[in-house]
Design a protein around this ligand. Structure first.
Ligand code: SF4
Length: 246
């Protein structure tokens, strides 16, 4: 079997512990207005290709020495890492059996029952919380946040190290009401989760041009370090452990 991917990116250090390979998998159920990986939203564009699972595993095994020496491993990302669940499960099962350290970055919009066996084999799970308000979430991503909130709650109970990420975007979720709402939700529903803020960036603009897509809204912006520091302090007041892998 196999699936649709954008690329395997070796020597990454921002998406889990140690030196890692990121498997960028294609397809996504969301349409975030600020998306920096627009090529990952679909499986049928010029930046996506099919790869056999065994060919991916061979490449990952070639990198194993770097993972061993650094405490690193493989991180599944996207697009949305769970959008091809059978493909994901096939890779995860094989790598888990071979002792690889595994992490996943997900938008949280997935069927929990179907994904639970995969999540349980992870050493680290990253899940986004893009907006605590259902209508704002729908406005900016195309879907409300009911499934995502429930999946954050259930993932918190798995006993797997878990980081909830807030992509922090001026014009979307960088106001006190949105942040306080998110912190209160995490305190009450995901007490085992750590929190990471991901400040907005505009890195993906060339990809929009290459794919013939309209650029993200000019109104989006990056919070200042002072704003981020203030929210980190505020999150700590809720008893939330704040981390950074950047
Ligand atoms: S979840 Fe990620 S890949 Fe999907 S649309 Fe949003 S930012 Fe883009």
């Amino acid at each position: 079997m196999g699936g649709y991917i954008m690329q395997l990116q070796n020597f990454s250090v921002n998406d889990g512990e140690g030196i890692r390979t990121i498997v960028f998998m294609a397809g996504c159920p969301l349409r975030c207005a600020w998306c920096s990986n627009p090529e990952g939203q679909t499986m049928d564009n010029s930046m996506v290709h099919w790869m056999e699972t065994e060919d991916i595993l061979k490449e990952l095994r070639r990198q194993a020495i770097f993972y061993r020496n650094s405490g690193g491993g493989v991180t599944f990302s996207g697009g949305e890492a769970t959008a091809q669940p059978e493909f994901l499960r096939e890779m995860v099962d094989a790598l888990y059996d071979e002792g690889f350290s595994l992490a996943i970055e997900t938008c949280g919009q997935f069927n929990f029952e179907k994904l639970e066996p995969v999540l349980r084999k992870m050493d680290l799970i990253f899940m986004d919380l893009k907006h605590i308000d259902p209508e704002q979430h729908r406005k900016f991503t195309g879907v409300d946040n009911a499934v995502i909130l429930e999946n954050i709650r259930r993932t918190s109970q798995l006993g797997v190290p878990f980081v909830v990420r807030i992509p922090s975007i001026l014009g979307v979720n960088c106001d006190d009401a949105a942040m306080d709402g998110a912190f209160a939700f995490l305190r009450d529903n995901a007490p085992t989760a750590s929190l990471e803020f991901l400040p907005y960036h505009r890195y993906g603009e060339n990809k929009y041009k290459e794919l013939g897509m309209d650029l993200p809204d000019e109104g989006f912006g990056t919070p200042t370090q002072e704003q981020l520091d203030a929210w980190k302090a505020r999150a700590a007041e809720y008893g939330i452990h704040v981390v950074s892998y950047r």
